[in-house]
Design a protein around this ligand. Structure first.
Ligand code: SF4
Length: 346
């Protein structure tokens, strides 16, 4: 075996990447956050305070109310699969089963669905319902003996079964043990996530002497431990695929690539995009004469929204030449658009 990948912000691995990760790397996975409820209480849990312990649902960070909203978001993002996460999605197993059925029914059997769980609620009843609905891949966060029982049980079913754990800087021996036991059980892969700092775990990290890296997201020492584990797995020829996923990956690859796809599929005629962001121009209707307004509307070059005219960069250059002040707006191509910056041009 050899270590593949660049081991910078794209990550690296020994053996084969799980299918769910391959799709995620191409920005082809939507993230379905099913609930903030979870039977575990990990001090390192990175879930935001707005979601933690709350029964809320989001797809790609957009709140959704029902299966129609969910399907719409997945389709407009051009996703070929979803990662079902939380909290522990199995706390809401009936809803998750309905969701998987719905996605498979509309998007076909090839639409790939992986699910992350704590293992507490992995039992025959839940596994049968999930597998019959069409679940493709199950990832268990190992926190104790119950997790290995859950892995063993899941391995009886015709789905890909893996482990997914964060790498704490002091968890080298624990993770080596997890990998050896996983390999003995016949688990297909172990995903090691770089420990991620967030508003909800930052204080707890400081109390334990963990330091946050210069990128503001990763915890120092986590990557070093993961790389040591990969080398150990490689040298020892342990029979399980192990993948290291860096904390910045989500933002730089998964998130940006998905946003680019979403932009192409949801582009309004006056918008243009760059690096996953969407831009457009807003000008107050009071700034433009009635005849110019009419000409722009008739040519489909501008659209009225309240007292604003929304338009593109060609009209922006014209406005600049005419010394008409306007706003250049920049945001994420979500629905509705999430505005990040407004630049006043005059
Ligand atoms: S199992 Fe996962 S979701 Fe639950 S508390 Fe731990 S890190 Fe958070």
């Amino acid at each position: 075996m050899v270590i593949s990948g660049r081991c910078d912000d794209i990550g690296c691995w020994v053996g084969k990447l799980p299918k769910g990760c391959k799709l995620c790397m191409e920005g082809l996975k939507s993230v379905v956050f099913t609930t903030g409820l979870c039977p575990e209480n990990c001090f390192y849990c990175p879930i935001s305070l707005a979601k933690k312990g709350k029964d809320v649902m989001y797809v790609n960070e957009t709140p959704v109310r029902d299966l129609k909203d969910l399907l719409m978001e997945v389709v407009v993002s051009g996703s070929k699969g979803v990662g079902v996460t939380g909290g522990d999605p199995l706390v809401k197993v009936d809803d998750v089963v309905k969701m998987i059925k719905h996605l498979k029914e509309f998007l076909g059997d090839g639409f790939h669905i992986h699910l992350y769980t704590t293992g507490f609620l992995v039992n025959d009843k839940n596994l049968t319902a999930l597998v019959n609905a069409g679940l493709d891949e199950l990832r268990i966060h190992v926190t104790g003996e119950h997790s290995f029982k859950a892995l063993k049980k899941a391995l009886e079913y015709p789905i890909d079964v893996g482990v997914e754990n964060p790498v704490l800087p002091n968890s080298l021996n624990f993770l080596k043990d997890v990998i050896l036991k996983s390999s003995e059980l016949g688990v297909k892969f172990v995903n090691l996530n770089e420990l991620e700092a967030s508003e909800s775990n930052y204080e707890k990290f400081l109390q334990r002497g963990f330091k946050v890296g210069v990128d503001g997201v990763s915890v120092e020492g986590s990557k070093d431990v993961a790389l040591e584990i990969l080398k150990w797995v490689d040298n020892a020829g342990i029979d399980v695929s192990v993948h290291f996923c860096p904390a910045v990956f989500k933002d730089r690859y998964q998130f940006r690539k998905r946003l680019r796809r979403r932009f192409v599929r949801s582009k309004r005629v006056f918008e243009w995009g760059k690096g996953g962001l969407v831009k457009w121009i807003e000008v107050s209707v009071d700034e433009i004469s009635n005849s110019s307004l009419k000409a722009l509307w008739l040519a489909d070059l501008a659209f009225k929204a309240g007292d604003k005219l929304l338009t593109g960069r060609r009209v922006g250059s014209l406005l600049k030449n005419l010394k008409v002040s306007y706003d250049l707006v920049e945001g994420y191509p979500t629905t509705p658009r999430k505005v990040l910056n407004v630049f006043q041009i005059s």
